[in-house]
Ligand binder design. Structure first.
Ligand code: OAD
Length: 237
């Protein structure tokens, strides 16, 4: 596979749009495809409000385990390349579906977390949000008010935060380079972002070893791994 180098300074507004495949080489499992979480676990039992209400401990155990596992993983060179470009460029934005915090750990500051963060908890009755960053294990499973705390992430049938999606829409509408990395393109509204970027006139690049549901939207497609393709695409180190 031949990868043509891009100069980030040829583009004024750059968006890196990432999914679970971005973290795969760090050792964080994806959701679909080989070894995907939703093959091993039924999301109906672990990733929806109904499951949480019927058995909060079971749902929290599942999400706590994912935090513990994520902490054992480290960002890879692909994350570092994105962070390095952001450091030296006036307008680089990461829009991620990932909840693992890997972009921030590698130094990216402009990160929109569409699906929330595994490192925040929300009171299930008051709606107040707090960071819970220190360990893999949760520091508290209950709020001071006595209600359960739930991960501040988007579960199936949850609505995305409209302030977050409005921010993402605005950024994508200005993008002139849109690089999608490691997403199957099946979960909406994120699945609509490549089309949105295309309509905005951005050069749209897909990095994914497999075809995605949105592959038709891209101008350039690299069927390779995130770290390898990013390393060839941007000669930043
Ligand atoms: P998926 O698990 O659906 O898709 C992961 C994608 O990454 C697949 O298309 C793989 O081919 C690709 N991939 C695997 N290894 C890769 C690598 N080394 N480099 C690049 N790509 C690679 O994950 P998402 O599209 O992120 O939602 O899933 C979207 C949402 O569905 C997630 O945010 C999650 C899930 O249910 C919530 O948690 C709300």
């Amino acid at each position: 596979m031949e990868v043509e180098t891009l100069n980030p300074y040829d583009y004024s507004h750059i968006v890196f749009f990432t999914g679970a495949g971005m973290s795969a080489e760090s050792g964080v499992p994806t959701y679909r495809g080989r070894g995907g979480i939703w093959h091993k676990y039924k999301w109906e039992e672990y990733a929806c409000q109904e499951a949480f209400e019927s058995d909060p401990e079971k749902v929290l155990d599942f999400h706590e385990l994912r935090r513990i596992e994520a902490l054992k993983c480290k960002p890879h060179v692909g994350h570092e390349i994105i962070a390095e470009i952001e450091k030296n460029h006036p307008d680089v934005q990461v829009i991620t579906q990932n909840i693992d915090g890997m972009h921030q750990r590698s130094g990216s500051k402009n990160v929109i977390e569409l699906h929330g963060s595994a490192w925040r908890m929300r009171c299930s009755s008051e709606g107040t949000v707090r960071e819970d960053l220190k360990n893999g294990t949760y520091s508290n499973r209950k709020c001071e008010c006595g209600s359960w705390l739930r991960p501040d992430i988007i579960w199936f049938s949850d609505y995305l935060d409209p302030a977050v999606t409005a921010k993402a829409d605005k950024i994508i509408s200005k993008a002139n380079l849109f690089i999608s990395i490691g997403t199957s393109g099946v979960v909406w509204p994120a699945a609509g972002y490549p089309q949105m970027a295309r309509s905005a006139g951005a050069l749209c690049v897909e990095i994914n070893p497999e075809p995605s549901e949105q592959s038709d939207m891209y101008d350039i497609i690299y069927r390779g791994k995130a770290s390898e393709v990013l390393g060839e695409l941007f000669q930043v180190f």
